[in-house]
Design a protein around this ligand. Structure first.
Ligand code: NDP
Length: 295
């Protein structure tokens, strides 16, 4: 049976380190890390995410500023707010919660965020830095960075010589995870909906990352015995009792019987995302205070 990678415990550990480092930063420099979270409209899931980001930020000793705007907000008004936050020295991280209403172009809003405050890591400058390995000054997207931390902790070794297969090629999950694995010297293949014989490809992977969005698509016999399996997927399906339950992209019970280590859903990658958002905000505050944050 595989070792279960406890994302909740790792996230708690990361958050405790951030809290202590944030207190030190404030004591030494007077700088209090500040995160501004912008939400437009009333999407219930987004409201839950924004509330939990604000709560975690406060627990870390940060200033958390929430800007809740009505659905009718125009793109011009949102750009003006982002530009105001870009210029505010008390704000180190800016997060615009997606999705935005249809009349606003998310892409152009993201590119309006100053790259040095882009704690989601979606600005082209940060995407380019990750692609070229400039990790010291980049912001890496939070879910990929959190997934990578779990891989490093699970393996506890350099990834040289290991093969990694990432299933999914989205800009926010699949591609950045693949880049991080490549940077860490794994030999990486990115698979997607046009990939031929996906089961055989997956079976070649020492590290298998699933970021597809299809419930339990990756079967147990697609897993190489002893592999490290990271399940990024979050899918809500109807359970036997008619109540909704969360499952990943990997058929967990089957995969657990073959893997060396595996993340559960929930409780694996999920809790890491918010922890890495706080880590990016602290990094931004340290850079603003003239400190060189540790990697
Ligand atoms: P996208 O829908 O943007 O991308 C899905 C990817 O999976 C695409 O590249 C697609 O290929 C590929 N794909 C779809 N079907 C197949 C198939 N049958 N075989 C092979 N590849 C396939 O999803 P995201 O990257 O945004 O998210 C992926 C999952 O991660 C979702 O479940 C999402 O909920 C979850 N997620 C979890 C987060 C967390 O905090 N834990 C954060 C973000 C996302 P193609 O490009 O060819 O269409």
């Amino acid at each position: 049976m595989a070792t279960v990678i406890d994302g909740k415990a790792v996230a708690a550990d990361v958050l405790a380190t951030i809290k202590a480092a944030s207190q030190r930063l404030t004591a030494e420099t007077g700088v209090v890390p500040g995160i501004a979270v912008v939400i437009v409209g009333h999407d219930p899931a987004s409201q839950v995410y924004v509330a939990s980001k604000g709560k975690k930020a406060k627990e870390c000793g940060f200033n958390s500023i929430e800007h809740a705007l009505p659905s009718e907000t125009t793109e011009k008004e949102l750009v003006a707010l982002v530009e105001k936050l870009n210029a505010d020295p008390a704000v180190h991280g800016i997060l615009v919660q997606l999705p935005l209403p249809d009349h606003i172009d998310s892409g152009s809003i993201i590119q309006t965020i100053a790259p040095e405050k882009d704690v989601d890591g979606f600005h082209f400058i940060n995407v380019g830095k990750l692609g070229t390995g400039e990790l010291d000054t980049a912001f890496v997207p939070c879910t990929p960075a959190g997934s990578m931390l779990l891989i490093e902790r699970a393996l506890g070794r350099d990834l040289s010589g290991l093969t990694a297969v990432v299933v999914g090629r989205s800009n926010i999950v699949g591609k950045p995870i693949a880049n991080l694995l490549l940077n860490a010297n794994a030999t990486v293949t990115i698979a997607h909906s046009r990939t031929k014989d996906l089961p055989a490809l997956c079976r070649s992977a020492d590290i298998l990352v699933a970021a597809v969005g299809r419930p339990e698509m990756i079967k147990g016999d697609w897993v190489k015995p002893g592999a490290t399996v990271i399940d990024v997927g979050i899918n809500r399906i109807a359970g036997g009792d008619g109540r909704a339950r969360l499952v990943g992209d990997v058929a967990y019970a089957e995969a657990e019987a073959r893997a060396g280590a595996i993340t559960p859903v929930p409780g694996g990658v999920g809790p890491m995302t918010i922890a890495l958002l706080m880590a990016n905000t602290l990094t931004s505050a340290r850079r603003a205070a003239g400190q060189t944050p540790p990697p």
